[in-house]
Design a protein around this ligand. Sequence first.
Ligand code: SAH
Length: 242
Amino acid sequence: MRMSEKGVGLLLGAARELGIELEPYLDQFLLLYQRLMEANQITNLTAIRDEAGVILKHFVDSLSCLKSEKLSGELKVVDVGTGAGFPGLPLKIVKRELEMSFLDATKKKIEFIEGVCRELGLSNTHCIWGRAEELGWKTGHREAYDRVLSRAVASLDTLSELCLPLVKVGGIMIVQKGPGVRNELNRARGAIRTLGGALADVITFDLPVLGEPRSLVIIEKIQTTPPGFPRRVGVPAKNPLS
Ligand code: SAH
C-alpha cells in the first residue's frame, strides 16, 4: 500500500509543473496515500484507486487550487463536500497557516479525515459531519469563511446555494470544474447574484501529465446572502435557483 518509487517521481514532477516544490511535504503525502489506500480496501471512500489516478486526480488536482493565488495567509477555509479530503487535505499539508474545515454528509469520510489530521499533526483543522444546507444557518459558520472550496459536488447553480451563504462578504468561493464550465456558469448567473456573489474570474489550465482540461471558478461575495437561503436539505439540488 506504499507509493512506489515511480509514483513518488510522478507526484514530485507533476507538482513541480504547477510550480509547487513538494519535497518538504513528501512524507505527509506518502502517509496520506497509504491511509487512503488502506481505507479504500475496507470501505468505499473514493472511486479513484489506482496509484497514478490518486496521485494526479486527487493530490495534484487538489493542489491546482493554488493557481487561484487566493490561498495564502491565515485564512478561514471550508471544503464543502470534501469526501476523503479533496481538495482540502493536500492544500492544508502545503499551507499550514490555513484554518481548514472539512465538511461532508458522510460520517465515515469525516472520520477518515479526522484520523489523518491527527496522524499528520495537522492543527487548526475542523472535521464537520453535516450538510451544507444546515451549516449555512449556524452562527459561527454563516458568512464566517474567507474561502469556500468545492470539487465534484454539484453543478454551479446548486453549489452556489450550498457555498455562498458560508462566505464572508469580501470572501471568495473557489470551485474546481472541468471543461464545459461556461454552460454551467450561464445557468448559475441568477443563483450567484441572488445569493450575494459576483463572478470574478475563470482560470483554465490543463492538469499536469494527463493534460485534462480544468478550470477554477472564482466567485466573490459582494453582498450578504438574503434570509431564506440556503433552502432545506436537498432543495438546492432538486430545484436549483435560476
Ligand atoms: N470533494 C471530493 C468528494 C466529491 S464526492 C472529491 O472531489 O474527491 C461529493 C461529496 O459531497 C460526497 O462525499 C457527499 O457526501 C458530499 N455532499 C454532497 N452534498 C452535500 C451537502 N449538501 N452537504 C455536505 N456534503 C455533501
